[in-house]
Design a protein around this ligand. Structure first.
Ligand code: SF4
Length: 316
């Protein structure tokens, strides 16, 4: 039996105890794939409330890389503090949590002027018991100057950039309306790694027309990009997304749990021990989930993943 290098084990070894991620959603942030810069409507599966159900952004003000002023910075800093404190307290009460990574999760978190990012990251790193940052973003929404800044930060704290790769096939990226190609992913992950910033790559299994061979090739390419951690999850259809229409027209069939588990186990066996696993499945347990039904119970999904790995002598 062998323990998989989960991000939990990685952090425990690095920080001497369990580290908890605190997800943050800041209003005023959007995505170039939503605001019309590269596309409108976003990735076909994107319905952002499904990622952060508690935080719906009703403000009209949106930042982008060309923004020169940010009149809402004060409000954003307050939001950051409130969200962090509420979640920290809950994690402390429930698990006795002592160390935290602030996770800028919703939308594209580097899609804003550097001054705004500096203010948010400095504030986050100033909270008690915070040992680092994790920043979810797209490879077409990061700049050299932001990377330079994060490189400096990462000399004194743990800094992760979480990039959505999703697929390494341009034809798939077009089908999911991703708005950039694999060359862009390769270019910016390479630049990020050249600066010694930690990278987590997100992959999705079950994207339109992708075979198991293609999904596993995606894992191989992600390993080649020298990432430090990988997140994998199945594509599922939720209400109010472009994918809903495609699915309802019978033009998309979600991946079966059997194929997902088989592909995941093969993928994990390919991934070298020094790359941690940040996630191995995902789902949503409310009525917005249209399909597949096996994605409606995260506990059962995790149980089945763990069992499938155990059969191969791997402990998640
Ligand atoms: S990059 Fe993220 S936020 Fe932007 S459209 Fe795609 S899933 Fe939505």
């Amino acid at each position: 039996m062998k323990n998989i290098n989960t991000i939990g084990r990685y952090w425990k070894k690095k920080h001497g105890e369990k580290v908890y991620k605190v997800p943050i959603s800041i209003s005023g942030f959007t995505c170039p794939n939503i605001d019309g810069t590269v596309a409108k409507g976003g990735c076909t599966f994107c319905e952002n409330e499904s990622f952060s159900p508690n935080q719906v952004d009703k403000s009209k003000f949106k930042l982008n890389l060309r923004s020169v002023e940010n009149p809402h910075l004060g409000k954003q800093l307050l939001q950051l503090q409130t969200q962090f404190e509420v979640t920290k307290e809950r994690l402390q009460n429930k698990f006795g949590a002592k160390k935290f990574i602030v996770y800028f999760q919703s939308f594209t978190n580097t899609y804003a002027p550097l001054d705004t990012l500096k203010a948010l990251y400095t504030k986050a790193l100033g909270f008690d018991d915070v040992v680092g940052l994790s920043i979810g973003t797209r490879t077409d929404s990061i700049t050299d100057e932001t990377l330079d800044y994060l490189e400096e930060l990462s000399k004194t704290t743990e800094v992760w950039l979480e990039y959505g790769i999703q697929s390494v096939y341009d034809e798939t990226l077009v089908k999911i309306n991703r708005g950039h190609d694999f060359a862009n992913i390769e270019e910016w992950i390479t630049k990020t790694k050249d600066r010694n910033i930690l990278v987590c790559g997100h992959l999705v299994f079950g994207l339109p027309d992708e075979t198991q061979e293609m999904m596993l090739h995606g894992v191989k390419e992600t390993i080649r990009l020298n990432v430090d951690s990988i997140k994998i999850h199945p594509l599922y259809v939720v209400e109010n997304t472009l994918l809903t229409n495609i699915y309802k027209k019978g033009k998309f069939e979600p991946i079966s749990e059997e194929l997902y588990l088989d592909t995941l186990v093969k993928a994990i066996k390919m991934i070298p021990d020094d790359i941690s696993m940040s996630r191995v499945t995902a789902g949503i347990s409310d009525s917005t989930l249209l399909s597949p039904s096996w994605c409606n119970d995260k506990h059962k999904q995790m149980y089945n993943v763990k069992q499938a790995l155990l059969k191969e002598g791997l402990i998640y």
